[in-house]
Design a protein around this ligand. Sequence first.
Ligand code: AMP
Ligand code: ZN
Length: 141
Amino acid sequence: MAEPQQADCIFCRIARGDIPSTSVYETDELLAFLDINPVSKGHTLVVPKAHMEALFDMPSALGGPLIEAMKRVGAALMQATGAQGLNVVQNNYPAAGQQVPHLHWHLIPRFEGDGHEAWPQGSYRDAEEMNAVAAAIRERL
Ligand code: AMP
Ligand code: ZN
């Protein structure tokens, strides 16, 4: 669940100003700063100032301000870098590649032919398997 901040969390420490970041934008609720190991130059993280681990912990009321911030910062970083595209990526839990357990969105400038391939895509065995997966999801909504 959302908590004010955690002492040992690196993004909480950045939000408190205890450790430096290369900030590009800030609101009462959100911070945007450059990723220290960018996929491409301009790669930016958008981070709630309050500590929360994953998407499921985020108050829905933050959704509007978050989208506004991502659109604003995303447009600015595309212009600043000359990017032709932008990936918005958010990892939940270590199995999905989340290294920092404080919710954040990656804004990654993309360029034609930059070679950053998407995940390999697979297939379902048949329509029955696909329908069963969809039914299992629907049952839980
Ligand atoms: P994720 O794997 O989705 O948790 O992404 C964590 C990201 O945080 C990685 O891309 C790191 O390069 C980035 N990162 C970690 N520490 C810092 C830091 N002190 N300042 C900026 N970016 C950081
Ligand atoms: Zn935190």
